[in-house]
Design a protein around this ligand. Structure first.
Ligand code: NOJ
Ligand code: CA
Length: 566
């Protein structure tokens, strides 16, 4: 049903333009606006351990994901990004890969992957895998060979250096997961470098053999039908060849007890961009998309990740958006405007497996469901590609462990109690109100939060006012409405301190979105003069919110999305 609707939208767009345009830089199909598939797609991140467990061992798996494809299709998802499901000792829950071209037995087999890919394809859902480019597991055959002797074939595939002196690492760099970033290996009396855990040695991207092997990995998966990759930790690919010490930002220590450093000489080196251009060239041959885990400080940095004409990352994630940690129209306005002025297509994220869920970040403890709907209405109606995180659509809450001995994420143990780790945002998906929330009949690898009784798919699907039903409605609108799919973005009523309002316009069509970020009712007189429109008629609104002419009334945290008329 939804697919048919999308085809109609595409054809209408093409008809309006007179013909189907073709991108100048490649032969990929584009619509009347020159947009490629991933610009209209809604992406959905799945943490496979926690999504659905088909064999009841307490850990989610690929068959589990396959069993939920109908749910994802019905929700309005066009692409799933599966975080690493490759063989791994699971020190960092898959971000320590020991074989890039296989599936970890705990998640299934390559045959299960093929089945999942086929079933997804039938539903028009693309599969994006997570490519851990900066490091491998210390159990990867490349590293096992590398550490075996200083003359081994893979020695130079990793970053090995002599210490400064006895017991002294080569420089002051600290791992982002705590402790020195260097680990001494007595076999060859040298240190190897690891930006993350010691079990995640950094690859030496200055070695062309590394680049060759890693590019081949992507080719291998493209042949298996993968539609793109989310590239892990791209900031960290290169290190200063002279290993200069990082500057100390201020006295004191971080929550791991390490000095507070600026990662000046081990992140965001210009050489990263050459690798991205290479990966992009390979991806382009398969019409694939590259999403970047890009922790940018400003839009200038974001632009560098797009490259020239998006010849690096098509979708570098805008984490600055996730840093607007309060419901502030002024702050969101500023950030949205900045990203709209960037050189590539915006990508919006509000939650993922490394950060506190949006439900808690924005929730006030009293109106969390309304606020969850407000946030959905915001980032799913902006110009750009949204990446959802599993469970966000039912209002899942961050549930961190309360005792150190229950922590699974290693940084939660080393950093306890200040750093509780990331278990809280990785709890099992809440499918129903039963004991293990329908995730597994076995004991789930992380406890199921008590909120599964009130926030779960089965119950919310029956409640027209649930967070889930609101997500479905916004996503349906987003896929069907040309102004939301293709339109530009213009802020309106920019001096309003409580309500964030903007217009999306495509040719003679316009949609207005008004979001009340306060806990009091608000009235807004839409300033539409510059848009050529005069009034708005409701397409989707929460509770009592609505419009008469250009007067919008919003309940506390209310949402109004309206079709504009002249
Ligand atoms: C970023 C991933 O999102 C995170 O989960 C992981 O721990 C690090 N990269 C290291 O791969
Ligand atoms: Ca399982």
């Amino acid at each position: 049903m939804r697919i048919a609707l999308r085809v109609v939208v595409f054809l209408v767009g093409a008809w309006l333009a007179g013909s189907i345009a073709v991108a100048q830089t490649s032969s990929h199909a584009v619509d009347a606006e020159g947009h490629q598939w991933w610009q209209h797609a809604v992406f959905y991140e799945i943490y496979p351990r926690s999504f659905a467990d088909s064999n009841n061992d307490g850990i989610g798996d690929l068959k589990g994901i396959a069993s939920k494809l109908d749910y994802l299709e019905d929700l309005g998802v066009d692409a799933i990004w599966i975080t690493p499901c490759f063989p791994s000792p699971q020190v960092d829950f898959g971000y320590d890969v020991s074989d890039y071209e296989n599936i970890d037995p705990m998640y299934g087999t390559l045959a299960d992957f093929d089945l999942l890919a086929n079933e997804a394809k039938k539903r028009g859902i693309h599969i994006i895998l997570d490519f851990v480019v900066n490091h491998t597991s210390d159990q990867h055959k490349w590293f096992l060979d590398s550490k075996s002797s200083s003359t081994s074939a893979h020695r130079d595939w990793y970053v090995w250096r002599d210490g400064k002196g006895p017991g002294e690492p080569p420089n002051n760099w600290v791992s982002t997961f705590g402790g020195s970033a260097w680990k001494f290996d007595p076999v060859t009396n040298q240190y190897y470098y690891h930006y993350f855990y010691a079990e995640q040695p950094d690859l030496n991207w200055r070695n062309p053999a590394v680049a060759g092997a890693m590019f081949d990995v992507t080719r291998w998966w493209y042949k298996r039908g993968v539609a793109g990759f989310r590239l892990d930790a791209v900031d960290t690919l290169f290190e200063d060849p002279d290993l200069r010490d990082n500057p100390i930002l201020r006295p004191g220590t971080n929550h791991f007890g390490d000095p507070i450093e600026q990662d000046k000489f081990n992140t965001k080196l210009p050489e990263v961009h050459e690798v991205l251009r290479g990966l992009c060239k390979v991806a382009d041959k398969s019409n694939a998309v590259l999403i970047g885990e890009t922790w940018t400080a400003d839009v200038a940095e974001l632009n560098r990740y797009y490259g020239e004409g998006s010849n690096e990352l098509q979708l570098p994630m805008d984490f600055l958006f996730t840093m607007v940690n309060k419901l502030s129209p002024a702050e969101f306005r500023k950030q949205i405007a900045a990203v709209n002025g960037a050189s590539g297509w915006p990508t919006f994220v509000i939650s993922n497996h490394d950060i506190v869920r949006s439900y808690d970040r924005y929730g006030d403890g009293e109106h969390n469901d309304q606020i969850a709907k407000l946030m959905a209405a915001l980032y799913l109606t902006l110009r750009g590609t949204p990446i959802m995180y599993y469970g966000e659509e039912i209002g899942m809450k961050t549930t961190p462990p309360t005792r150190r001995e229950d922590v699974k994420d290693p940084i939660g143990r080393t950093g306890w109690p200040e750093e509780k780790g990331r278990d809280g945002e990785r709890t099992p998906m809440q499918w129903d109100g039963s004991e293990n929330a329908g995730f597994s009949k076995g004991t789930p690898w992380l406890p199921v939060p008590a909120t599964s009784k009130t926030h779960n798919v089965a119950d919310e699907a029956k409640d027209p006012n649930s967070v889930l039903e609101f997500y479905k409605k916004v996503l349906k609108l987003r896929h069907a409405n040309l102004a939301l799919l293709e339109g530009n973005y213009a802020a309106v009523n920019e001096s309003d301190a409580n309500v964030l309002s903007y217009v999306r316009m495509y040719r003679d069509r316009g949609v207005v979105v008004a979001l009340n970020m306060s806990n009091a009712p608000q009235k807004v007189t839409l300033e539409l003069k510059a848009t050529g429109f005069a009034s708005a008629k409701s397409l989707l609104a929460t509770g009592e919110s609505g419009a008469k002419g250009n007067e919008v009334s919003l309940e506390p945290y209310g949402v109004f999305i309206g079709q504009l008329a002249k």
